[in-house]
Design a protein around this ligand. Structure first.
Ligand code: SF4
Ligand code: FES
Length: 383
């Protein structure tokens, strides 16, 4: 079937979607994560992409993404995160940025830096790209390349950061922390400063996708986490006014859960390369949810009526102890995908919460470290 047919806007189609009674306030989404492709030259063992990657043939075409960006802006979305995989693997990346910019969206390119040439970056800047985020695997080149599963990645990232800064595009460096690099938090923040980043995210691995598969090999010790948190505090004081350092306590060592994505279906959406719209990047791990696609529905219809988005909105789906907890509209019961991964029940209280009857499992899992080799992300489907 021709993609044009599949990608036809839904506005002309009869809307037969259900209109459920709502026991929650429907907010406007603020952010959209567009996973343009699952193809990527790197194979990071903590990749949040699903274990089964969308093949290239199933990716949305340029026109469909452009329509979705326009619908997103009309729906209230302000920030568009162009991600993957490696978004630079899309030959139409410049056109996509142009379309997003024309829709009035603030565009953030989340890239490995490998696969976006200097020339492409210059064209992206002209097309209106507002911000770039690159990830750094380590401050030591050999270790960084080993973690990325790609020789030369570290050198390319350094060169790319310089190209971004030379074009006056604001740069954020994202350092993903795990057992192999946690003792070099200070060196990685120093590197981000040297690269000219305005912001650095010290992001402890979250155990979804490939990271869940590699959990034992990635898990730091409690002592390492404690030291890293102290280091971040001291670096914040030392570099105050020079760089913003964002960091949070990693889930498996926390006492209260994160309000994952500010609550399920409250403020953001994810679109897979093939067009399925998800409340979060790991939502497809939850069995029984029905995800709608931008090939068949408008984004506004999906946001308001998709069964997957409505599954965990409000508080009526909650179990105890969340149901009667005073924090239920602060952290929304934590992360549904983590509740599923650890307790087997997506409706359960996130076991990171100290009030969860499963909380002890989190501490037990944090103790289950292994020195096994990383299971690297399966290479992207061939061209
Ligand atoms: Fe949050 Fe539920 Fe824990 Fe209360 S019981 S703090 S709502 S996760
Ligand atoms: Fe899915 Fe947190 S990652 S709800």
């Amino acid at each position: 079937m021709a993609l044009d047919t599949l990608d036809a806007p839904s506005a002309s189609r009869p809307d037969t979607s259900p209109r459920p009674e709502r026991d929650f306030k429907l907010h406007s989404p603020l952010g959209l994560l567009a996973e343009l492709t699952h193809r990527c030259p790197l194979s990071c063992p903590y990749c949040s992409n699903p274990l089964a990657l969308d093949p290239r043939q199933s990716e949305l075409d340029t026109e469909t993404w452009a329509r979705v960006f326009s619908e997103a802006a009309n729906l209230g979305v302000l920030q568009l995160h162009l991600s993957g995989g490696e978004p630079g693997a899309r030959r139409d990346l410049v056109e996509l940025v142009q379309a997003a910019h024309a829709s009035g969206l603030y565009t953030n390119l989340i890239t490995s830096a490998v696969g976006v040439t200097k020339e492409t970056l210059q064209r992206l800047a002209k097309a209106g790209l507002d911000h770039v985020q690159i990830s750094i695997q380590d401050s030591e080149p050999a270790s960084a390349d080993r973690i990325a599963g790609y020789e030369g990645a570290f050198a390319r990232k350094n060169a790319f950061a310089a190209e971004v800064v030379a074009l006056n595009i604001p740069l954020t460096v994202n350092v993903v922390i795990h057992r192999a690099n946690i003792e070099r938090v200070e060196q990685m923040v120093t590197l981000a400063l040297q690269l000219g980043a305005r912001r650095v995210e010290v992001a402890h691995v979250q155990y979804y996708g490939w990271a869940l598969r590699n959990r034992g090999a990635l898990m730091p010790t409690a002592a390492q986490v404690e030291q890293a948190l102290k280091t971040v505090e001291s670096l914040r004081k030392q570099h105050h006014g020079m760089i913003v350092i964002d960091a949070v306590v990693p889930d498996y060592y926390a006492r209260l859960p994160k309000p994952c994505l500010s609550g399920w279906g409250r403020r953001s959406l994810n679109i897979t390369p093939g067009g399925r719209v998800l409340p979060c990047h790991a939502a497809e791990t939850i069995p029984g949810l029905e995800f709608w696609s931008v090939r068949e529905h408008s984004l506004a219809d999906i946001w308001a009526n998709s069964p997957a988005f409505n599954a965990f909105r409000g508080t009526s789906w909650m179990q105890e102890p969340c149901r009667s907890c005073e924090r239920r509209e602060i952290d929304f019961g934590g992360c549904r995908c983590q509740a599923l991964a650890i307790t087997g029940d997506a409706r359960a209280t996130d076991p990171v919460c100290h009030l969860s009857p499963h909380h002890a499992k989190v501490a037990a899992l944090a103790e289950m470290r292994s020195d096994a080799a990383y299971a690297y992300r399966t290479p992207a489907p061939s061209k």
